[in-house]
Write a protein that binds this ligand. Sequence first.
Ligand SMILES: [Zn+2]
Length: 333
Amino acid sequence: MPLRTHTQLPAGLLDCSADELHDHLGGPTLIQLQGSRNPALFVSVLLHGNETSGWDGVRRYLQETTGLPRSLTLFIGNTEAARAGMRALPSQQDFNRIWRDAGGEGGALASAVQAAIADQHFFASIDLHNNTGHNPYYSVVTDLEPHNLGLAYLFSDKAVFVEEPDTVLTRVFTGRCPAVALEVGPVGDPRCADRVYDYVARCMTLGEVPVAAPEAFSLFRTRVRVHIQDDVGFCFEGENGSDDPVPLVLTGGVEAVNFHELARGTVFGATRLPVSSVFRVLDVDHRDVTDDYFEHDGDAILLKENVVPAMYTTDPYVVRQDCLCYFMERMAL
Ligand SMILES: [Zn+2]
């Protein structure tokens, strides 16, 4: 999986939708475009092949801009998965988990990209993703440096600080320039590409990255993942399609309150089974902390702590494959 490099836009590239890029480029590609000022803005798209809003926003920006106000280094990631409309092909590594100590083709690609940009300074780095579930658009930061938070705040008043995994692309830029990953909204929502367009256009004209204004900014840290035990049937309140009772009924509507605080005592669901046999709550060290978060009151399951849910999903497939939600806590700046 060698890296292709260009110093000009390949002819016809901006006419390609995400699924057409692989046939046009042949694989992962780094394009370094000279603008009126340096250092360059680094932008990455399609590390996840089905998350197409980044490419759509960037290509519209390049179509509509004559004379770039700043140099731009664009990395187009998993073109092969994009052609298939998938996050990654089953045979591939996750392209946002290859940026440290990775082997295989993914590791070789990450090394090639890092070698190609090794001597360069960057103004800032932006990694563009779509989010899953009904979450607001927000930034992900791996470093609490003030300009890093400032770059995040330019996109959204909400950001999540993550320490794991440490193999994401954003980490490559730690100590080098401000760097964020943006979750720009759900795939298929046309406003996402508009958001990308506006943000990239703004970053390209900025003289310097500002620092965040703490009073206007909500910063969260992930505390735990909430899983439903594999063998437990569940449904969301009011959605039991059969006449048989379901062992676990989840209070509906939490999806709408992702990123809003739920107070201790809030009803989260109902079951007659012990809480620990329906939920499995794991902290960042993978310890089971279920009993710290839920308690019974009759059949009702109540929250034992104030929590801020994120990525809460009502899609049963995602619940089984990944998790029901995360609980976050607000961080003071
Ligand atoms: Zn992604």
